[in-house]
Design a protein around this ligand. Sequence first.
Ligand SMILES: [Zn+2]
Length: 285
Amino acid sequence: MSKRGIFYPLGTAQAEELALVAGLKPAIRQRLSGRGSDAQRRRLERLGYACHVLHKGDTHTFVAAADPARAEAILRLDLAALRPGFEGEGLDEVLEHGRLLGYPDCCARTFAFSLVERGAGTLPACRAALAATPGPLAPRLNVVEPLVFHYLPWIPCRFDCPPSRAYADHLAALIARRYPVFVNKVDYALAAHRLVVDEGVQLSLTGVWRGDTLVVDRVWDTADDRRVGTPYPPDRAARAGDLVGRVAARRLVTVDGHRLLLRRELALESEALALFPFGGAPIAA
Ligand SMILES: [Zn+2]
């Protein structure tokens, strides 16, 4: 049973458009399906932005920039990345791609690797960002569930990356001028600890640490924080719902490598298992 709690007056793509128009970013590049970008394209063309759409199957890539040369350069690099056999030899090109889009240099590198390893999904890059973060994670950099609203249109190099934080805070302030309740709710959702079970199931948790164990006071299916109407395959919803029930009953969550322990008993094993402590790091013993 879905309990979507956040009303979305705008989505991640519209937030990025807001950042473009406010001058926080020189260009946008969005992967969309169906006719999602038609209205956006008309709106941005009226404002004088150069817009391009690159079609591939049912998805398309929408690019817009104030500078037409920049928009064309981004499109050229997107075409290059679609070339069969495109591998690491394109890394410099892809780094340039991220820079043209206004990604911080440190994060453009992460983006480059994610393009080279296309199809791997966002999780490997998020795990690398977690491993690279020495201290507390900044909740506004939480992009771990791509279908939950997030401020960054890129995967940060670390979850405390300073230029990413500056961008996210600036964008949040812009959105809060019109939609303060939405920003509060999104900030709360992104600041929960995130338990990733696999590509299909994530749980959000609040609680306090006792050593390496999280003592949970609230747990919910992260998909509940998506926009109302976002498709959710019933088997994933059922798996997530089952795990929410077990975590709520046992309350003590420990991640030990690929093993999830509930009250110190093995609950499941998953290669992709990870706990992102967006709600605050455990205190080192
Ligand atoms: Zn960075």
